[in-house]
Design a protein around this ligand. Structure first.
Ligand SMILES: *Cc1c(COP(=O)(O)O)cnc(C)c1O
Length: 356
C-alpha cells in the first residue's frame, strides 16, 4: 500500500492565469527541477494548452528532455551553458540565459560554427552574486559591442534575492540597478519578477514575469493569505495500529515515550520519500478533520502518528499534505521552505494527475 500524491493541473493553470492577470507583460512558466517535483512534462503540456509561450528550466538537459513535449515555444535555460552543451542548445532551439563573458563567448562560437544568429538572454547581477553579468562585465560589453556579435538578445533578465520580504530595501535597490542596466540595452525586452516579485509593485513589472512557486500553490505573499490554489495532496494509508502503554517508546532511539495509553498509526512514507527526517516529533497530519501529531523519528520508509482517541483503522488514510496543511505548513514544521518540500517529493508515491 503506497501513498498517493495527487497533483491538480487545473489549479496550476488557475494560478498561472491569476498571476498573468496581475501583470501587463507576458508570463512564463518556471518548470525547472521537474516543475518543482510535480512533473515538468505534465505541467508543461497543461500550461502550453493554456497559452503559456515561455518556459524556464535550470539545465540544458532538462530543456532537451522537454522539447518534444513543448514544441514551438521559448525554452530558456537559467543556468546558462557550458561549451559542450552549445550543440544541444542549438539543435533543440533553446535560449541560454548567459551570465558571464565566458558563456557569451561559448554561445557566440556556436553561432560562428553554424553561421547563424542565435537567440540569447543576458542575465545581469543586481545584488545576488550568484549568476549574472557583473558591473565590470557590463563595462566590457559597452567598450566592445562586438562581444555580442552573432547573438540576438531576446531579454535582459535579473533575479530578486529578497522578493518574499516586501519591506526589504534590497528589492528597490535591485529595481534601480536593473533600470540603469536597461539603458545599456535600449529596445531589448526585460524579465524581472519571480512569483513573489510580481506582488511588489509596478516597478517590478517587465516584459516577462517568471513565476514558479506560485504556480504550484506555494504562498508568494508569506505572512498574508495565500492567493493561490492548492495543487498538491499527499495521503498515506495506515499500515498498522499499535497500542502503546504509558511509558512505552516509539520508533528508532525510543525518542518518543507515551505519557498515556496511546494508539500509534504507522504509514509507509519516510525520508526516502522526501518526507524529511527533520519532521521527526514536529510534523502534523490530518485524520479526517482532526490534527494528528507525528511521534518519534521519521525513518527511511515509515513514519508514526498518534491517533489516540480516534476511530482510525488500518487502510484508512492520513493526509500528510493537503487543504489546511499545505507544503508551506509542512515546511514550517520541518524548518525549511515549501520549495524544498515540493522538490523532495519522492518517486515511490503513486501519482495521480487531475486535469491531465
Ligand atoms: C527559480 C527561479 C524563478 C522562479 O521563482 P519562484 O520564486 O519559484 O517564483 C524565477 N527566476 C529565476 C532566475 C529562478 O531561478
Amino acid at each position: 500500500m503506497t501513498a498517493l500524491l495527487e497533483i491538480n493541473l487545473d489549479a496550476v493553470v488557475w494560478n498561472w492565469r491569476a498571476l498573468a492577470a496581475m501583470h501587463t507583460g507576458a508570463t512564463a512558466g518556471v518548470i525547472k527541477a521537474n516543475a518543482y517535483g510535480l512533473g515538468a512534462a505534465q505541467v508543461g503540456r497543461k500550461l502550453l494548452a493554456a497559452g503559456c509561450k515561455h518556459f524556464f528550466l535550470a539545465h540544458v538537459a532538462e530543456a532537451v528532455a522537454l522539447r518534444p513535449v513543448l514544441p514551438g515555444v521559448m525554452l530558456a535555460v537559467l543556468n546558462g551553458l557550458l561549451p559542450e552543451e552549445a550543440g544541444d542548445c542549438y539543435a533543440q532551439d533553446l535560449v541560454p540565459v548567459l551570465g558571464s563573458l565566458h558563456e557569451i563567448g561559448w554561445w557566440r562560437a556556436e553561432a560562428v560554427r553554424r553561421g547563424k544568429i542565435l537567440p540569447a538572454i543576458l542575465q545581469v547581477d543586481t545584488g545576488m552574486a550568484r549568476l549574472g553579468l557583473s558591473a565590470a562585465d557590463l563595462a566590457a560589453l559597452r567598450e566592445d559591442p562586438t562581444l555580442l556579435e552573432g547573438l540576438r538578445l531576446e531579454y535582459i533578465l535579473t533575479h530578486l534575492s529578497s522578493s518574499d520580504i516586501p519591506e526589504s530595501p534590497v528589492n528597490q535597490r535591485q529595481a534601480q540597478k536593473f533600470i540603469e542596466v536597461m539603458k545599456q540595452f535600449p529596445g531589448v525586452k526585460t524579465s524581472f519578477a519571480n512569483s513573489s516579485g510580481m506582488f511588489l509593485g509596478a516597478e517590478f513589472g517587465s516584459d516577462l514575469a517568471r513565476p514558479g512557486a506560485g504556480l504550484y500553490g506555494l504562498n508568494p505573499t508569506p505572512g498574508r493569505a495565500n492567493p493561490t490554489r492548492d495543487v498538491v495532496r499527499l495521503t498515506a494509508p495506515i499500515l498498522e495500529i499499535h497500542e502503546v502503554e504509558a511509558g512505552g517508546a516509539v520508533g528508532y532511539g525510543g525518542d518518543w515515550v507515551a505519557k498515556r495509553p496511546s494508539r500509534i498509526a504507522t504509514v509507509g512514507v519516510g525520508y526516502a520519500d522526501g518526507y524529511l527526517r527533520s519532521l521527526s516529533n514536529a510534523a502534523t497530519a490530518h485524520f479526517d478533520d482532526t490534527i494528528v501529531p507525528l511521534v518519534g523519528r521519521v525513518s527511511m520508509d515509515l513514519t508514526t502518528f498518534d491517533v489516540t482517541g480516534l476511530r482510525a483503522s488500518p487502510g484508512d488514510a492520513l493526509c500528510l499534505i493537503g487543504p489546511g496543511h499545505g507544503p508551506d505548513a509542512l515546511a514550517r514544521e520541518a524548518g525549511t521552505n515549501g520549495y524544498e518540500i515540493l522538490t523532495s517529493l519522492g518517486r515511490r508515491y503513486r501519482r495521480r494527475y487531475i486535469g491531465a
